[in-house]
Design a protein around this ligand. Structure first.
Ligand code: PLP
Length: 388
């Protein structure tokens, strides 16, 4: 009867007003209503990406957005570099390989971040790299890679395009795509944008558009040139998921109302609350503080099974957290705190986590993590009030 506490790092809960917006009666995808929808959405999407460019909206999940980026910016045989910091960097590399790009991997230990100096050395040793693929938030480890610094290195030491997977970061942490010299920034709908799965988004720099225009790589559905052309008339080349667009309009309006800097502060707070609570509970965190993601936290227990804890939280307390991926599958749990998630939700999540821990290990964990999280929240609010 009661809905579960959905705290996986996507899909994330949907605000009721977004849910309601998606229930509107269907309209024709070439009708004025859909054009107005697209027209209203565009200017509200751009600041979320930190760009003055149009943001292409595709039907598909985040992976579709990543594949679209790869086939538009590069051509079979091109030499590209992927910084692999976890499962999603791995996926980016697989996409490149599937399209016959000559793919170099810059492998980084999972749980650590890509290092700009290592990237610089790699680029200096491989001057023919045409594109560098980076993951902003590596959702599989809870690491936020230093995208601004990494992009700056690519721009300074090569002519390569900078392509960024922002699937679990865009909307939850600041993206200044134009200022940071990012050429393509991709995200999906089901994370910080507070929508169901089904939409992918790609913003493209002016210099990348030139490359896309001239690129002879074969592509059809994902040919971004067609989407850009259609967008001039507030339209799409193929039938868009109209109901999701209704939801998107409501979601970007909610984002606009709350304000981006307030949203980023809220995510930072939720990260701090979660991390302080875990530390108080003696739960080791996979990522260090200085590279921790504001949208997802990975915990690597050292004296009990992560898998058992995850299963118990679901079966006993209706709290749904994620496990790990690949070699970390049973080693970590990941808590999502992004999108339609408030500090109050985080308190509830920590409280349930404490109960799960107590049930699993027999330790008296009641209130231990929530106390630290409450203090973090309380001080955040006091500082905000002091600022007026
Ligand atoms: C960083 C990152 N990249 C790519 C993806 C893949 O997105 P999707 O599952 O929507 O295809 C995800 C999904 O969790 C992600 O977190």
């Amino acid at each position: 009867m009661f809905s579960q506490q959905l705290r996986i790092p996507g899909p994330t809960p949907i605000p009721p007003s977004v849910q309601q917006a998606m229930n509107q009666a269907m309209v024709g995808h070439r009708d004025q209503e859909t054009k107005e929808l697209i027209h209203t959405i565009q200017p509200l999407l751009r600041p979320i990406f930190g760009t003055k460019q149009e943001v292409i909206v595709l039907a598909g999940s985040g992976t579709g957005g990543l594949e679209s980026a790869a086939v538009n910016i590069a051509n079979a045989g091109d030499e590209v570099l992927v910084a692999v910091t976890g499962a999603f960097g791995d996926r980016f590399a697989s996409i490149c390989e599937a399209h016959d790009l000559k793919t170099h991997h810059m492998n980084v230990t999972w749980g650590t971040a890509a290092n700009p100096d290592d990237l610089k050395s790699f680029l200096l040793d491989h001057p023919t790299i045409q594109a560098v693929f980076l993951t902003f938030c590596e959702t599989s480890t809870g690491v936020l890679n230093p995208i601004k610094e990494l992009a700056a290195v690519v721009r300074e030491y090569s002519n390569a395009y900078v392509v960024v997977d922002g699937v679990s970061s865009v909307g939850g942490t600041a993206s200044h795509m134009d200022d940071w010299g990012i050429d393509m920034l991709v995200t999906g709908s089901q994370k910080a944008l507070m929508l169901p799965p089904g939409l992918a988004f790609i913003a493209v720099s002016e210099r990348a558009w030139k490359q896309i225009q001239d690129n002879s790589q074969r592509r059809f559905y994902f040919d971004l040139r067609k989407y850009r052309k259609s967008l001039e008339g507030d339209s799409t080349p193929y039938t868009p998921p109209v109901s999701l667009l209704y939801g998107l309009k409501q979601a970007v309006q909610l984002i606009d109302q709350e304000g981006l800097s307030e949203i980023y502060d809220r995510h930072q707070l939720m990260m701090n609350m979660t991390r302080k609570a875990c530390k108080a509970l003696g739960l080791p965190l996979l990522a260090a503080d200085d590279i921790a993601s504001p949208t997802v936290t990975a915990i690597k227990p050292d004296h009990f099974s992560a898998k058992q804890l995850k299963m118990m939280l679901k079966s006993s307390f209706n709290l749904n957290v994620a496990g790990g991926q690949a070699h970390l599958a049973d080693e970590i749990i990941r808590i999502g705190h992004m999108g339609y998630c408030s500090p109050n939700d985080v308190l509830l999540c920590i409280s349930l986590l404490e109960m799960g821990l107590s049930k699993l290990t027999g330790a008296d964990t009641f209130g231990v993590g929530t106390k630290e999280a409450e203090k973090e929240y309380f001080h955040f609010l006091s500082r905000k009030e002091d600022r007026g």
